[in-house]
Design a protein around this ligand. Structure first.
Ligand SMILES: Cc1ncc(COP(=O)(O)O)c(C=O)c1O
Length: 394
């Protein structure tokens, strides 16, 4: 793109930003499937290795296809820089390893994705980084959990799977007043629906595996924010190695191109489905930020462009009935992924959140009767008919 990136709308950036054509002048982005790069001379190799000369050395550090994805996502998030990683979890791990040292403390929302909870609750403490978990929605609880050694606030909003909305701007204010950094997992909204950096977050992390790819093809992750922070992330990444592959970066570039139209259609479908579920006699409760009944509906309206594509709902009768609904479906995919064009249906208590303790699940509000839908691009009426098979058996 030749003009200043700020002159363009998000959907234009999603299609155009980050591409640098090679000498072949290809129209689509080139895929650089190479592990290393050739130097003109021994002196150039030395200069590249020392950092004296800017340029590619080895694809664990830099790759032109990965760089194109990083640049595109950075401008979409309104970030100065982005570092891509092999998966969402490696993005979160890299951010924590880059910013925290032994003795530091993290305050995190209790309703985090299960693996993130495991990482913060059981793995990081082995390296001297402790975490406290608080209710995402209670700003006062975050403030009360701060210790002198608190380095980071970490949150997901909307949370997975209960779609709780944390007030990013309010939490950024609390964090910054105490010199603490705010990291937001923007996986559910993506920059199409929510731009946390504009609301005061210091870093955004992504599981690009989800909506950014959007078609269930590859794993990927990203950390976006100010260069002085992403450079720390890159230092960890280039040494430790959870780097995004060029092939996956290419797939993700193509995913970004259709992100807006997919997410808008999926969000519209999710709202329609959530309203239908809310009126269904066999459904005890629906969690969707676009419903007026959602406890943070007003905040969601301010902070997000729409409710997003994730809907959670509860049936009476615990796991037996929840599994009955799942096992009766013929259309929904029973799979752990979300953000796909194919709608997915999950029982969080026995899958994504199955490795955390029953007490942690109870604190996070994940009951045995809870089901999570990630709405794809099928006709909503077909999804309703599919769910009705199992719901009518309860
Ligand atoms: C909110 C959220 N963050 C992070 C992750 C981890 O991403 P990945 O599976 O790409 O490692 C997930 C995965 O489901 C997620 O839902």
């Amino acid at each position: 793109m030749e003009q200043n990136k700020q002159d363009y709308q998000l959907e234009t950036l999603a299609v155009r930003a980050g591409q640098e054509r090679s000498q072949f002048n290809e129209h689509a982005e080139a895929m650089f499937l190479t592990s290393s790069y050739v130097f003109d001379s021994a002196a150039q190799a030395a200069a590249r290795f020392s950092g004296e000369e800017v340029g590619n050395v080895y694809s664990r550090f830099t790759n032109p296809t990965v760089a194109a994805f990083q640049e595109r996502l950075a401008v979409m998030e309104g970030a100065e820089a982005c570092v891509a990683t092999a998966s969402g979890m490696s993005a979160i791990l890299s951010a924590l390893m880059a910013l925290c040292s032994a003795g530091d403390h993290v305050v995190a929302s209790a309703g985090l994705f299960g693996a993130t909870q495991q990482l913060l609750g059981t793995i990081m403490p082995r390296f001297g980084v402790q975490a406290s978990f608080v209710a995402a929605t209670k700003v006062g609880d975050w403030e009360a959990a701060i210790r002198p050694e608190t380095k980071l606030f970490f949150l997901e909003t909307p949370s997975n799977p209960l779609t709780e909305i944390a007030d990013i701007a309010a939490l950024a204010k609390v964090a910054h007043a105490r010199g603490i950094l705010l990291v937001v997992d923007n996986c559910f909204c993506t920059p199409i629906l929510q731009r946390p950096l504009e609301l005061g977050a210091d870093l955004v992390v992504h599981s690009a595996t989800k909506f950014l790819d959007g078609q269930g093809r590859v794993l990927g992750g990203a950390v976006c924010g100010a260069k002085k922070l992403t450079e720390e992330v890159l230092k960890f990444l280039r040494t430790a190695g959870p780097t995004l592959s060029a092939f996956n970066a290419w797939v993700l570039l193509k995913g970004l191109e259709t992100l807006k139209i997919r997410l808008e259609a999926e969000s519209a479908g999710a709202l329609q489905l959530a309203r239908w579920l809310e009126a269904h006699p066999k459904v005890a409760r629906v969690y969707y930020p676009g419903l007026e009944s959602h406890p943070q509906y007003e905040l969601a309206k301010r902070q997000q462009k729409s409710g997003g594509a994730i809907v959670a709902f509860e049936v009476e009768g615990g796991r037996e009935n929840a599994w009955k609904v799942i096992d009766s479906c013929r259309l929904f995919s029973i799979t752990a992924n979300l953000g796909d064009t194919k709608s997915t249906l999950t029982h969080p208590a026995s899958t994504t959140h199955g490795r955390i303790t029953p007490e942690q699940r109870a604190t996070a509000g994940i009951t045995d009767g809870l089901l999570r839908i990630a709405v794809g691009l099928e006709a909503v009426v077909d999804l309703q008919n599919d769910l009705n098979i199992g719901l009518s058996l309860i």
